[in-house]
Design a protein. Structure first.
Ligand code: IVH
Length: 725
């Protein structure tokens, strides 16, 4: 058998481990033991296999593909065609084998050559757990305080499922689950579909090598998978379900009898140890430390987490535990702790095992981020901006380091999709500082549907103030429409009203508003103007002088403008410029409050969403009452004749202005057009009625001519506005 260094065979793009054999004979099981034979197709098949192995490694493990996907597909299809033409030369390590074989009735049992042990879990989730492990190891090794620190390897504890990969003569022949540690299940077909797992190893791998590690699913892959599953369920596909977490999804995929389905589930792999290792053949690797073992596995093409590190004694283990704990939520996959292992293999052997657990390793967990609990009720909370959020009230449960009694269900659709009902057992998740959420319901197969609580529906009135709660088209959230009146939105509403761009009450900041609202001194906006000097001065940390300043600022704010007042009301979708346009168009507040949606739509800047929002707001008697009270308190502004009063010769017409007009500036032209009921747009389209062109008109004019849009000059515009046309 000849092993050519890769670069001699194919310039440049090959990793050192890509093995290429010049030839081999009829394939029985393993082509590397066959006699060399020079058939061009067979050579080509070997070359393709080697090339595809290398590109798969670059893509799945190193995350740096060297060729485009289409090129990979082309090579892959070429190999598939050759294998179809010469099935006798197909090999079990061929990348084509990744796409899975026939569905199974059941998995065959596999007796592990070396038992798959579990590790002891340090119950103390605090850093002191690391200290306890180090002390135990030192005691077992009979070390004294003066002896140097024990060297450890610290790793991540992946939250997936353990797999044993058995390679014989460098070829992946079998993959098995842990099972009871002695006997597992043969899941080779499914494991072959995992791109990160090498199907063949380099020449220096031992003749028999069992690699152990964790099959897991990345969180983003999990989300994508669940999205796909939801789409399938929505299309009525039978037997489809969503998964509660990445670990369940990974376990389900590995134990899937149909490998074609497993192939569609995005799985990943990390290696963390070995089982049987039999040297011989070309392989001669021996490990003296666990770190060396991991580095060698990495060299052979296995993914090893980049966070593995050596640690000297307990202090460095503690530091590792803390460092990874802080990093945990940023990792793209779930971990449930870290694992410490004595680095020296000789020391590992000296330490040995107790009751099927090695004395040289320990799992040091973090507080679980998911727990089971019962739903006691479903409340609806109203946020500062009026958003209604369904919240599950839970039997208290310790999760992610705190006791949780509430978990968000986000919105109506989410609550329905998860179908959470009172009395259900649910999985609650709290990761990092993220607010706790209900992941899903744990079904109770024995419970008839009729005995479950009612399906959740969002109330159509605000639970805090009784105003209408509405859900706008295309939005997921219901909102309370009683912005000025609603207790939940009080602070926000006052701050919005008092800001500089609205009526401006200088010195009324969020601390003060917080104090005033919390003390019950003010409930609604008009209460602001009823605040006396005494009430203000009696607040904590409020000097007489500051209290006087606020009173003066409040007095000053009473004289305002219609756009500022209107904007200050905090009507959804009514920003400053919309408020200005409304004020200009209607001139008076009452006209705006009473305008129909159609009338509102005539305003430049106002579309259906804004019109509807204005209508809903002023349809709430509470909101109107607040406006009346503010006026009664002396808040006032100059009112004008509506610009809408005159004739509207340009109603419904859309203009685009281009070039320099002889007398009018652009803004003046725009104002004139709008006052006459027309609209001004920035770009020419089929909807454009006229292009108003001046000197040196550019591409807009060309576009108008192209589309056959009428082009007019300034004097024509004036004639259109003032009649005679
Ligand atoms: S070492 C003899 N290392 O945790 C030592 N296990 O009982 C064998 N696990 O289900 C395990 N990450 O699948 C080891 N870095 C890691 C691990 C790890 C996750 C899992 C393993 C097993 C359990 C340990």
């Amino acid at each position: 058998m000849t092993w050519l260094p890769a670069h001699r065979w194919h310039a440049g793009s090959f990793l050192e481990f890509a093995q290429v054999q010049p030839a081999s004979a009829v394939m029985v099981t393993l082509d590397m033991f066959a006699e060399p034979q020079e058939h061009p197709d067979q050579l080509r098949m070997q070359a393709l296999r080697a090339q595809l192995h290398q590109h798969a490694h670059q893509y799945y493990v190193l995350d740096t593909p060297l060729i485009p996907d289409a090129e990979y597909d082309r090579l892959f299809q070429e190999l598939q065609a050759l294998e179809a033409a010469h099935p006798e030369w197909a090999t079990p390590d061929s990348p084509t084998q990744r796409v899975g074989g026939k569905p199974l009735d059941q998995f065959a049992s596999v007796r592990h050559a070396v038992p798959m042990l579990s590790i002891r879990t340090e119950t103390d989730t605090e850093s002191s757990g690391a200290q306890a492990f180090d002390s135990r190891v030192r005691r077992e090794l009979e070390l004294t305080d003066t002896d140097p620190a024990v060297e450890y390897v610290a790793e991540l504890k992946f939250d997936g499922l353990a797999i044993n990969l058995r390679y014989v003569e460098g070829v992946l022949l079998q993959a098995a689950t842990r099972g009871d540690g002695e006997t597992g299940e043969d899941v080779t077909q499914n494991i072959r579909t995992i791109g990160q797992i090498p199907l063949r190893l380099p020449a220096d791998a031992p003749a028999v090598l069992e690699v152990r590690g964790e099959v897991y699913m990345r969180r983003d892959d999990f989300e994508t998978l669940n999205e796909r599953q939801r789409a399938r369920i929505a299309q009525g596909e039978k037997g489809e379900k969503t998964f509660v977490n990445p670990r369940n999804a990974a376990a389900g995929a590995v134990r899937q009898l149909d490998p074609a389905i497993a192939a569609q589930r995005p799985l990943s792999f990390f290696a963390y140890g070995v089982g049987e290792v039999a040297h011989g053949g070309p392989g001669n690797a021996r490990f003296t430390t666990h770190m060396e073992l991991l580095q060698t596995l990495k060299k052979w093409g296995f993914p090893v987490a980049e966070q593995v590190d050596t640690a000297q004694g307990a202090p460095e283990l503690i530091a590792y535990h803390q460092r990874i704990g802080a990093l945990r939520d940023q990792l793209p996959y779930d971990i449930d702790g870290v694992v410490y292992k004595v680095n020296s293999i000789a020391l590992q052997q000296r330490l040995g095992f107790v009751s099927r657990e090695p004395r040289w390793a320990v799992a040091h967990k973090y507080p679980a981020q998911e727990q089971l609990t019962t739903v006691l009720g479903i409340d609806v909370q109203v946020g500062r901006t009026g958003k209604l959020t369904p919240v599950a009230k839970l039997a208290p449960v310790f999760v992610g380091g705190v006791t949780v009694t509430n978990a968000t269900l986000h919105n109506e659709d989410e609550a329905r999709r998860k179908d959470v009902r009172v009395g259900d057992t649910v999985i609650v998740r709290r990761a990092g500082d993220v607010i706790p959420e209900v992941v899903g319901v744990v079904p109770k197969p024995e419970q008839p549907e009729s005995e479950r609580g009612p399906v959740f529906t969002m109330p159509r009135i605000c639970p805090v103030c009784g105003s209408a709660a509405v859900r706008e088209e295309g939005e997921a959230d219901y909102r309370c429409t009683g912005g000025l009146f609603c207790g939940a939105q009080r602070k926000q509403a006052i701050l919005h009203f008092a800001q500089r761009r609205a009526v401006e009450v200088e010195g009324l900041g969020d601390k003060l508003v917080e104090q005033l609202v919390d003390a019950g001194t003010i409930h609604t906006l008009p209460d602001l103007y009823r605040l006396g000097l005494t009430a203000l001065a009696s607040l904590d940390r409020m000097a007489d002088k500051s209290a006087q300043n606020i009173v003066t600022a409040l007095e000053k704010s009473k004289q305002t403008t219609l756009p500022r007042f209107l904007f200050g009301l905090g009507i959804r979708h009514v920003g400053e410029s919309t408020a200005k346009a409304l004020a200009k168009h209607f001139g008076q507040l009452d006209a705006i409050m009473d305008a129909s949606e159609e009338a509102l739509l005539e305003v430049n800047d106002v579309g259906p969403i804004v019109a509807k929002s204005l209508r809903t707001f002023f349809d709430q008697p509470h909101n109107r009452e607040v406006v009346e009270q503010l006026r009664a308190c002396g808040v006032h502004w100059p009112e004008n004749e509506p610009t809408s009063a005159g004739p509207k010769p340009l109603a419904g017409k859309i203009f685009v202005i281009t070039g320099t007009l002889p007398t009018l500036g652009r803004d003046a032209a725009k104002d004139l057009i709008e006052a006459a009921g027309g609209k001004v747009s920035g770009s020419v389209s089929k909807k454009t009625s006229y292009v108003l062109a001046g000197a040196e008109a550019g591409s807009k004019l060309d576009r108008a001519l192209e589309l056959g849009v009428a082009v007019i000059d300034e004097s024509t515009l004036m004639e259109m506005i003032h009649g005679s046309m």
